[in-house]
Ligand binder design. Structure first.
Ligand SMILES: C[S@@+](CC[C@H](N)C(=O)[O-])C[C@H]1O[C@@H](n2cnc3c(N)ncnc32)[C@H](O)[C@@H]1O
Length: 277
């Protein structure tokens, strides 16, 4: 990825969630996403006609990208609620970007949450948060982190995390931007966690990565690591992690969109896997 691309992908996902907040039957409640936007994005999200035009434009240039982001958000929100209801009290968000879960989900306030991200992206997010939250919430900690070069456990321990506590680890829309090897340390860390811990990550399916129809996106988004589902399950199993669910566009349409009577297009370029330690 070129310098600045990380920030762009992080704010792009935040923008999709801000737009979803204005949908008639939204998949989740994220009142903060829109407040973290600035410039033309804030103006566009606040204007019904501009929102409509932007979403149409989005669907033309990247059919289903919006649907994929908002569906994965909902799936991961549900996975967080489930893990926290099961008693987990430590959450580590790797490549947090503009993720607002720590601030918007009441369940999260009962946990200690660490947000890990590249220094520049984390600084941008913290500056945006400082503009809208009078006080940084006491349950959230931040640690600058590079998944490609640093061990998660060490960074977390230095930041005050408890390596022995059951932990929920989220890694949403990060792996596809890194070489496949960058992921090994994350898996080893997740596999070393206390029983009851859970890992939720998203990955790019190999079939989509290799499909020549998506070559333009592969180039523009600098896609790197891709896996097929059995390969992902085997990698997780190799680190002692057992897949509970592996969900993609088809499941999102059936389980999330159909009950809401929504007919969003969902790009099949990202799957969510939920695994137990
Ligand atoms: C598409 S954004 C997703 C952000 C957030 N997880 C979400 O879903 O809204 C990708 C995120 O991965 C982070 N990232 C990229 N390379 C990274 C690395 N080597 N180490 C840690 N984070 C990284 C970026 O800074 C960015 O926040």
């Amino acid at each position: 990825m070129a310098v600045g691309d990380e920030q762009r992908t992080a704010s792009g996902a935040g923008l999709m969630r801000a737009l979803e907040q204005r949908a008639e039957r939204p998949l989740f409640d994220d009142p903060l996403a829109g407040r973290l936007l600035g410039g033309w994005q804030a103006v566009m999200v606040g204007n019904r006609v501009l929102r409509w035009a932007f979403l149409r434009f989005m669907e033309r240039i990247g059919p289903g990208f919006y649907g994929a982001v908002v569906c994965r958000t909902r799936v991961i929100d549900d996975a967080c609620r489930d893990a926290l209801a099961g008693g987990i009290r430590q959450v580590v968000i790797v490549g947090a970007g503009m993720d607002t879960r720590a601030y918007r989900m009441p369940e999260m306030s009962r946990a200690r949450v660490w947000e890990l991200d590249l220094t520049v992206v984390q600084a941008g997010k913290r500056a945006a948060l400082a503009r809208v939250l009078p006080e940084p919430p006491g349950h959230v900690r931040y640690a600058p982190f590079d998944l490609a070069t640093q061990p998660v456990g060490e960074v977390l321990a230095t930041a005050g995390g408890d390596l022995g506590a059951p932990t929920l680890v989220l890694c949403e829309a990060v792996l596809m931007y890194l070489p496949a090897g960058a992921f090994d340390g994350l898996l080893a860390y997740a596999g070393s966690l206390a029983p009851g811990s859970r890992l939720v990550l998203t990955y790019l399916p190999r079939g989509v990565h290799d499909d020549p129809r998506h070559a333009g996106w592969a180039r523009r988004l600098s896609w790197q690591a891709a896996f097929d589902a059995p390969e992902m399950a085997a990698r997780l199993a190799g680190c002692g992690l057992r897949v509970r669910a592996d969900l993609g566009a088809e499941e999102h349409r059936e389980l999330l969109l159909r009950p809401l009577g929504r007919s969003l297009d969902v790009f099949a370029g990202e799957r969510v896997v939920i695994a137990d330690a």
